[in-house]
Design a protein around this ligand. Structure first.
Ligand SMILES: Nc1ncnc2c1ncn2[C@@H]1O[C@H](COP(=O)(O)OP(=O)(O)OP(=O)(O)O)[C@@H](O)[C@H]1O
Ligand SMILES: [Mg+2]
Ligand SMILES: [Zn+2]
Length: 258
């Protein structure tokens, strides 16, 4: 007995005319036994559909993982779609601020090597948070850098919360979470009164980042002297040492514009 012979392999495919309800006439082929090939146009359509489904799923997976990253980076919902591209520069100063932000993002590797920080100061609604988030999103997306956005108030609360008996996080862990990211964006410096405790926490965080040469973007409505007074000479000096620059935002608020 030869089982191979029973399979019914044909020397050459046999063909017959067939009809597809959708595509009409086609030539069906049979290579083995009584298995006849289906409409080639239907098969092509089915595999194109599968490919499109697979691609849509990949896109959706990527989108979800990106949204998760943005969430973990603490970027406020309102700013999640803000970018350097969507910042409109209508005057010389805005162009300079945008150019600074673009350059900072483009050369972020260098900022990471030198610990070069920056200070965005000035009037409300002028786009400080927008540009800082734009930098953060760009380096996350392009270089998979880790970014953490937080207001000073939230950062301090997180550290203070660890002092409670029930806290599951230690103070060291809370500080580490602020020191660890490649870029820390500290928003709303000076919104609340800087108590000695708050200053100490800020010093701890910024000093550790300084020692590890990790850059920080600091945002404030205060002027340069007030920021200096708030952060203290020691922190301020460290920011300056690694080539930190202050960008002044003193044009009209964008809020309320169409
Ligand atoms: N030049 C700009 N082009 C496009 N949108 C802008 C521009 N400037 C500001 N915006 C938008 O205006 C709103 C206010 O900007 P943003 O919150 O960044 O200002 P801010 O300087 O951080 O203000 P504050 O000091 O009050 O925190 C945001 O929605 C921001 O996206
Ligand atoms: Mg802001
Ligand atoms: Zn068909």
């Amino acid at each position: 007995m030869n089982p191979i012979a029973n399979i019914g392999l044909h020397d050459a495919p046999i063909t017959r005319a067939d009809n597809c309800a959708t595509h009409g006439h086609f030539e069906s082929r049979c290579f083995i036994g009584s298995i006849w090939s289906k409409c080639p146009a239907c098969s092509a359509e089915a595999s194109a559909r599968e490919k499109a489904d697979r691609e849509a799923k990949d896109r959706e997976d990527r989108r979800q993982s990106w949204m998760r990253k943005i969430g973990e980076a603490g970027i406020p919902e309102r700013f999640q779609n803000r970018s350097l591209q969507s910042f409109i520069a209508e005057n010389e100063q805005q162009s300079r601020a945008l150019a600074f932000a673009q350059d900072y993002a483009d050369r972020f590797d260098q900022a990471l090597a030198t610990g070069r920080s920056a200070l965005f100061i000035g009037r409300p609604g002028t786009g400080k948070t927008h540009l800082a988030v734009g930098i953060g999103l760009r380096i996350m997306h392009r270089d998979s850098r880790t970014v953490l956005f937080t207001t000073v108030m939230r950062a301090i609360r997180r550290v203070k919360d660890t002092w409670s008996r029930e806290s599951r996080e230690s103070e060291t862990q809370a500080i580490a979470a602020l020191v660890f990211p490649d870029l820390l964006i500290l928003d709303e410096i000076g919104v609340q009164f800087g108590s000695d405790t708050e200053r100490l926490i800020m010093f701890d965080v910024l000093n550790e980042r300084y020692e590890k040469r990790r850059p920080t973007l600091l945002l404030s409505n205060l002027n340069l002297d007030e920021v200096k007074a708030y952060l203290g000479e020691r922190v301020f000096d460290r920011l300056r040492e690694d080539g930190g620059e202050a960008i002044v935002f003193d044009w009209e608020s964008h809020r309320g514009k169409a």
